[in-house]
Design a protein around this ligand. Structure first.
Ligand code: AHR
Length: 681
């Protein structure tokens, strides 16, 4: 038996006491209990709860990354129901494509076209509708009238009893009588209707009406119809549910799912979305601020869809504030997938970034702070982090000219802003100044799990890592299955352990609209009316309490065939203010594991006599959640009996388990010693 190669998987070396415990365990096991199979699966976790073995985990270690991908925002978190509200999506050329707006009626009844008659300078396109039929005479309009309809983003979710605010801009040389209605997807049921009647709209006029739904359908459409002859122009047609998070425009169920993760930060708005395939289609923040009617919108040419930019720069900052999460603003660095701006032409891009910081943080009397104030947010936002581009490190000019130009200008104007470089410093130290470096990791589940130790050898000096995108992907991950979540859980345990040099981490992507899967897997899947979390979403719940918690040194000893990762933290529940010791263990293998947990350096009387056990597992490792079974793979909580400084627990095959034990007081006095991990290796 002594030949079995024990592998020390987690932190540090065992002290004599631990070696003794393990020795006794082995002897007992051999003499009394273990069959060959059990022997292979037994493991020992020693948690050192003594004051000298603790380290504070960064307050924002785990957060979220929001990218406008998969219709995450437009047709997702952002509640606007009209798609292409300004008729700009076909491009600012006339005739333009008004998709997804569609004409109701034929060419003998009406002619629909586009022209440049809008009253908004930045989005000049308007829709012109010439109605040829009338309510009497030779060309009588069909029942219900003629006009246009908008199907929203794969349908509009209209709910009985709820109110919807319709705004539109209208112009006509004669009087108008336009019926506005919401109908179900089959076109048979009217869910809400009203009429806009006016005698003089010869100048563009803003109309606002409230629609109260008397029925429900998750794939409704908005219809604008008339049976009165004449010419009508429409522009900037918006339909917003009145019921959004704090009235801030965020779809409530999706917002809640993000908030439940208790994110320490939110990185936005991309990803590749920030860069664009070409710079002309990149995210330009200035075009996303100010009154919504005046935003031109843009075509995101990486993920291939139009967004009206209702969810603009201010709304992202507002989202961060609502979530209590630090905003991490990714600026376009003058680099797209296909282009890099020449260093001599870079200054306007740098100025754009400086202006964006002034918009977020500037005094309400400053040039850009005043725009923010006019949008209803006079107080500055707490913007402390700026990332210079996305995945741009190896693009032309980035290291030598682009990054330094941004870094120097931002640091000069805002010395406290932490700047994030796109270059990976985990292996070799960066050759340029930075506060953090961006690190992206997409791997198959098994490699993801084995990368738990990827930061173990990283230098403890220099900029810290921001793992802003991680996910298990590929065939084995399916569309987000249990195996993927377990691979990621193992990786995150490694990040907790290395949180002296890993400052922040977020899963990618956060959202997918089930009607437009551009990237797979994702954390939250939704339609117009429903949403569920993938196992990766639920896995992140196990780490929500880690932000700002105290990490305890722990040592996992198991035989070489085992696939375990474990960590231990102490945290205070903000609700009941009670302190808990949480031990998390991932069993990535397919065997049941008998685990002995020994808590060293702790008076047993300080531990409660019971606690909670929470398991994420399922019958098959390929199991996924779905709209039919949204919680097939989700945490299951049960009472943990017989807690103490020695606990025998069983880990299911392919599982993530957390053991939470109430502690009678704060069992740790935090000693800041960021070097204990390295020094003990
Ligand atoms: O998360 C999806 C994409 O993956 C991001 O846009 C990009 O940064 C990465 O390549």
């Amino acid at each position: 038996m002594h030949q079995i190669p024990w592998k020390e998987q987690v932190m540090g070396t065992s002290c004599d006491q631990r070696a003794l415990v393990l020795g006794v365990l082995i002897v007992c096991c051999v003499l009394f209990r273990c069959s060959a199979t059990l022997w292979e699966t037994n493991a020992l976790l020693v948690v050192n709860a003594s004051h000298t073995s603790t380290r504070k985990i960064p307050e924002k270690l785990f957060g979220v990354f929001f990218e406008e991908i998969n219709h995450a925002g437009a047709g997702g978190l952002w509640s606007e129901l009209v798609n292409n509200r300004g008729f700009e999506s076909g491009g600012q050329h006339s005739p333009s494509n008004i998709d997804p707006w569609t004409v109701i009626g034929n060419y003998s009844l009406l002619r629909v076209s586009t022209d440049f008659s809008s009253c908004f300078k930045r989005n000049p396109m308007a829709l012109r509708m010439e109605v040829l039929c009338d309510n009497d005479g030779p060309n009588i309009c069909p029942v219900g009238g003629v006009g246009i309809f908008n199907p929203g983003y794969f349908g509009m979710n209209i709910e009985q009893g709820k109110s919807y605010n319709l705004v539109l801009y209208i112009r006509s040389l004669g009087s108008i009588n336009v019926s506005v209605s919401l109908i179900d997807h089959s076109g048979t049921r009217t869910l809400a209707t009203t009429n806009i009647i006016a005698s003089d709209v010869s100048n563009w006029t803003k109309m606002e009406v409230k629609l109260e739904a008397n029925g429900s359908d998750s794939r409704s459409q908005l219809l604008l119809r008339t049976n009165k002859k004449g010419v009508i122009w429409f522009d900037q047609v918006s339909l917003m549910p009145m019921d959004t998070y704090k009235g801030h425009g965020f779809r409530k169920d999706l917002y809640k799912m993000v908030a439940d993760l208790k994110p320490g930060f939110i990185r936005f708005p991309g990803g590749c979305f920030v860069e664009g395939e070409f710079l002309r289609n990149a995210f330009r923040w200035k075009e996303t601020v100010g009154p919504w009617e005046e935003r031109p919108g843009h075509f995101g040419d990486v993920w291939f869809y139009w967004t009206d930019d209702g969810l603009g720069y201010l709304e992202f900052l507002q989202l961060a504030e609502d979530l209590g999460a630090s905003p991490i603003w990714v600026v376009n660095s003058g680099i797209s997938h296909q282009e890099s701006v020449e260093p001599n032409n870079l200054m306007p891009f740098v100025q754009e970034a400086l202006d964006s910081i002034e918009f977020a943080r500037g005094d309400r009397n400053s040039t850009w702070g005043s725009v923010r104030a006019a949008m209803g947010h006079p107080e500055p936002f707490e913007l402390k982090y700026v990332a210079i581009g996305n995945e741009d490190c190896w693009k032309p000019y980035y290291i030598q000219q682009t990054y330094p130009a941004f870094y120097n200008a931002i640091k000069k104007a805002y010395p406290d802003i932490k700047i994030i470089s796109n270059c990976d410093g985990s292996d070799t130290p960066l050759d340029h100044p930075a506060d953090l470096y961006d690190f992206h990791l997409y791997q198959n589940p098994s490699d993801m799990f084995s990368m738990a130790d990827i930061f173990d050898p990283t230098s403890r000096v220099g900029p810290k890592a921001f793992v802003s995108e991680y996910a298990a992907t590929g065939k084995d991950a399916g569309q987000g299955n249990l195996l993927a979540a377990l691979g990621e859980a193992g990786f995150l345990i490694g990040l907790e352990r290395n949180s002296d040099i890993v400052e922040m981490a977020s899963y990618a992507p956060l959202f997918v609209n089930d009607f437009d899967r551009r990237w797979n897997p994702d954390a939250i899947v939704f339609t117009t009316s429903e949403a569920y979390g993938t196992p990766s979403y639920w896995m992140q719940h196990f780490f929500a309490e880690s932000n700002g918690a105290t990490l305890l040194k722990s040592t996992l000893q198991a035989n070489s065939s085992s696939s375990l990762e474990a960590s231990a933290i102490v945290f205070q529940n903000p609700v009941d203010k009670a302190n808990y010791l949480r031990i998390k263990v991932v069993n990535f293998g397919s065997s049941t594991v008998s685990l002995k947990i020994v808590i060293d350096g702790l008076d047993p009387n300080l531990l409660g006599t019971s606690g909670w056990k929470t398991i994420l597992s399922s019958a098959n490792v390929t199991d996924e959640n779905s709209f039919e079974q949204p919680k097939k793979v989700s945490p299951v909580k049960s009472l943990l009996e017989k807690t103490g400084t020695n606990m025998d627990v069983v880990l299911l095959p392919h599982s993530l388990t957390s053991f939470d034990v109430l502690t009678k007081s704060d069992i740790t006095q935090i000693t800041v010693d960021d070097n204990w991990y390295v020094s003990s290796m």
